[in-house]
Design a protein around this ligand. Structure first.
Ligand code: GYE
Length: 424
């Protein structure tokens, strides 16, 4: 998908110039292939349109490279983009307040371009709100869909300028990003807390500076919740309960659980100390309390990533092949675990009942293929609700401190029907 989007950008650029792709390759080749000692070609540096400068009104800024089939990543929080860091460029950015955009262009097998940087000074725009968004990283498909939803929703409304900051899974990066938003100062902060604890001081700094903070997805610990305005997201504890409730009825129907023989369950937890890990574990445990024969025999973090899900599941299986159920705190880890189960010569979805959370497209496909049994939905499409909440704050309207997202559950009875319209 990412490469495809990159291609679309380059195509659009080619069409805009009215020259053939072949000519452009040559142009790219001549313009920037002085290359390195290995003879590898270098991607042409991105250019901005309009160019950097002072403007009286909000601008739609396009970024392009002369190299065909190259992708572009950019940042607007002062950090340096690389071929794996920064937002993948897909459409013109709405710039309604002064900001510096840095961009890099890259293509597989080529040397990446230098980083181009452009500062846009916007004067005379009075009603624009600058919103700083501190995201935790891109550990899962869910996270990428969540980032896109928020960026697209704010980008679509030219009265907002969204400064996006990717913490790359590090709490200290989030604290630094929040401090830079406070120093600017932005009008509002959108914040997803990587873990619940440890953000009290910086949230107090935002409050003292009079900058409202709206949490999306992951909240901070309860003792710090008075420091933020609201939380928009899912009920993670309910998700854990739904997973266990579904499991109870499935195991009974399949004759796997007679109510007294031990049911051997393993658990792949998400990021340690994060709200969804704490709550998904707790919700599952609540329902499990009514099933005295269910036993969690092994439980470890897979950090919400597919690769760790695979590694940890392989370890679980090496310790014990008699596992009957896998409860994974997200689908990405469940999908990684499916690989480990196959590698161990077992049949996922049959020998081991597998439940995940998120309901990403690839999990629904695994359900349809019979390799996974259930996924509890957790929607990442929070952008529109975030825009509504920030707009209300700008208008001086009060907002609810708890804004829920709507969610269901998928298994073999409804996964196939949902796939064609699934957005993430
Ligand atoms: O379930 C997982 C992601 O915080 C709800 O984080 C989110 C979780 C989601 O990486 O896939």
């Amino acid at each position: 998908m990412e490469t495809l989007r990159g291609k679309i950008i380059s195509k659009a650029f080619v069409i805009a110039l009215g020259i053939s792709a072949a000519a452009l390759v040559m142009l790219g080749g001549c313009a920037n292939t002085s290359g390195d000692d290995s003879g590898q070609k270098t991607v042409a540096a991105p250019s901005f349109s309009p160019a950097s400068g002072s403007y009286d009104s909000a601008q739609k800024v396009s970024i392009a490279t002369a190299t065909e089939a190259a992708s572009i990543r950019y940042t607007n929080d002062g950090t340096e983009p690389t071929d794996s860091y920064g937002t993948l460029y897909s459409e013109p950015l709405s710039v309604g307040a002064t900001e510096t955009i840095k961009a890099i262009a890259y293509r597989s097998g080529w040397t990446s371009s230098i980083v181009s940087s452009s500062t846009f000074t916007i004067a005379g725009v009075t009603n624009n709100w600058v919103v700083g968004f501190s995201q935790i990283g891109s550990e899962s498909d869910w996270r990428d869909a969540d980032t896109r939803s928020i960026q697209n929703a704010f980008n679509a409304d030219t009265s907002f300028t969204l400064l996006y900051s990717d913490a790359q899974q590090k709490q200290e990066n989030q604290i630094a990003a929040l401090r830079s938003f406070i120093a600017r100062p932005v009008d509002c902060i959108i914040f997803t807390a990587i873990v619940e604890a440890g953000f009290g001081t910086v949230l107090q700094e935002a409050k003292t500076a009079g900058i409202p903070v709206i949490m999306v997805d992951r909240d901070v610990q309860s003792s710090d919740q008075s420091l933020r305005k609201a939380i928009i997201g899912s009920n993670f504890e309910k998700e854990g309960e739904k997973a266990a409730t579904w499991l109870a009825s499935y195991l009974t129907t399949k004759g796997i659980d007679d109510g007294s023989t031990t049911v051997n369950i393993v658990e792949l937890q998400g990021t340690a100390g994060s709200a969804p890990t704490i709550d998904r574990k707790a919700g599952f445990a609540t329902i499990m309390a009514a099933h005295s024969n269910w036993k969690i025999t092994q439980s470890e973090t897979g950090n919400f990533t597919s690769s760790d899900g695979k590694t940890v599941m392989a370890k679980f299986l090496a310790n014990d092949r008699a596992i009957q159920v896998l409860y994974a705190h997200n689908d990405g880890m469940a999908l990684g675990a499916i690989q480990a189960i196959k590698d161990a010569g077992l049949k996922p979805g049959t020998d081991i009942t597998i439940i995940g959370v998120d309901s990403i497209k690839t999990a629904l496909q695994a359900i349809v293929a019979g390799e996974m049994n259930c996924s509890v939905e957790c929607s990442p499409l929070i952008g529109p609700q975030a825009v509504t909440a920030v707009t209300a704050l700008r208008n001086g309207t009060s907002i609810s401190t708890r804004i829920w997202t709507n969610e269901g559950i998928f298994d073999a009875t409804n996964a196939a029907a949902a796939l064609p319209t699934r957005e993430y």
